[in-house]
Design a protein around this ligand. Structure first.
Ligand code: SAH
Length: 211
C-alpha cells in the first residue's frame, strides 16, 4: 500500500497532469506521505487526494503540492522561503531540500508540534517553525525569495507582499471557501504581476491562534 509501485503510480499520474520538474517528481516519490497521516489512512496516502489530519484540517492533494513547488522553483534562484500553513508539514518536506531555508508558520499548536516531530524524524533540518497567525508574515526574517500560502485568504494580506523580495514570487489560493483560484504573484520594482494557475480547493486562512 505504501510500496514503491504505489508511489510510482502517483508520480506517473502527476507527470500526465503536466508536472515535468524532475526534482519535484523525485520528492513526491521519496517523501513518505504515509507518515504525515493517521495510520488508519496510510493505505490511501499515495492517492492524489487531500486527506484529513485532525483539527478540521487536511493534508494537501499531491498534485497541488507538486504544482505549487514547481511554480515556486520556476522563479529561478529560490533560497529563503516563507510558508503560511504548516499543517502536517508535507509541503514543507517536499520543498525542503530544493531551497536553502524554509520559515513556516502554523496557527494550530497541536499540528505544528506534530509537523516538527515528523520532519525531525525525516532528518529535515533547514526548517524554522513558528506558532502564529501567518497573515502578518515573519517580518524579522524577511525578505523572502518566495512565499507559499497553503490556506486561502479572500485576498492576500498586504504585509506578505512587503516581505517578498523584488523578483520573488508568492503563490496562494485566493477566494471564498471551495471556489478559489491558485494565483502566482510576481513582485517587480513597480508593481505586483498576477497570473492565474487555475481553480483549486483549500481550507480557509483563519485569524487568531489555536492550541
Ligand atoms: N501545507 C499542508 C496543508 C495544510 S492545510 C500540507 O502540506 O498538507 C492549511 C493549514 O493552514 C492548516 O493547518 C491551518 O491550520 C493553517 N492556517 C490557516 N490559517 C492560518 C493562519 N492565519 N496562519 C497560519 N496557519 C494557518
Amino acid at each position: 500500500m505504501t510500496s514503491a509501485r504505489t508511489r510510482e503510480r502517483l508520480v506517473q499520474r502527476l507527470r500526465e497532469q503536466g508536472i515535468s520538474d524532475q526534482r519535484v517528481l523525485d520528492r513526491i516519490r521519496n517523501v513518505p506521505r504515509h507518515l504525515f497521516v493517521d495510520e488508519a489512512l496510510a493505505s490511501r496516502a499515495y492517492e492524489d487526494t487531500a486527506l484529513p489530519i485532525g483539527f478540521g484540517q487536511t493534508i494537501s492533494q499531491p498534485y497541488v503540492v507538486a504544482r505549487m513547488t514547481a511554480e515556486l522553483l520556476a522563479a529561478g534562484d529560490v533560497h529563503k522561503v516563507l510558508e503560511i500553513g504548516t499543517g502536517c508539514g508535507y509541503q514543507t518536506a517536499v520543498l525542503s531540500p530544493l531551497v536553502t531555508e524554509i520559515y513556516t508558520i502554523e496557527r494550530i499548536a497541536g499540528l505544528l508540534a506534530r509537523a516538527r516531530r515528523t520532519l525531525r524524524e525525516l532528518t529535515i533540518r533547514n526548517v524554522h517553525f513558528r506558532h502564529d497567525d501567518g497573515s502578518v508574515g515573519w517580518p524579522a526574517r524577511a525578505p523572502y525569495d518566495g512565499i507559499l500560502l497553503t490556506a486561502a485568504p479572500p485576498a492576500v494580506p498586504p504585509p506578505l507582499f512587503d516581505q517578498l523580495k523584488v523578483g520573488g514570487c508568492l503563490i496562494a489560493p485566493v477566494g471564498p471557501d471551495g471556489r478559489q483560484e491558485l494565483i502566482r504573484f510576481t513582485k517587480t520594482e513597480t508593481r505586483i504581476h498576477r497570473q492565474s494557475l487555475g481553480l483549486v480547493s483549500f481550507v480557509p486562512l483563519l485569524s487568531g491562534l489555536q492550541r
